[in-house]
Write a protein of this length. Structure first.
Length: 84
């Protein structure tokens, strides 16, 4: 018999958000990926199965700041943020 334990959303989010960064990533910042030729950096955020696209940026730091703003707005005070 298998038992499933429902963990609070905060703990589930922190378990996923604190994973180590994968190899070969484009950016040193969380939530920043490769964009297009005109704007090489894209900011995106995922929470509770929903993906939020935050826009394309010419600067990696601007994309990381957009991620931080979205994480605070969507997740709240326990959001994992980029160190800027």
């Amino acid at each position: 018999m298998t038992y499933y334990v429902k963990i609070p959303d905060k703990d589930y989010y922190l378990a996923l958000a604190n994973r180590p960064q994968t190899r070969g990533t484009v950016s040193q910042y969380r939530g920043v990926t490769r964009g297009n030729d005109k704007n090489p950096y894209r900011a995106q955020f995922s929470y509770q199965g929903k993906r939020y696209y935050l826009g394309n940026y010419t600067n990696e730091l601007d994309a990381a700041k957009a991620y931080n703003r979205a994480a605070l707005a969507i997740v709240g005070p326990h959001a994992v943020l980029n160190d800027l």
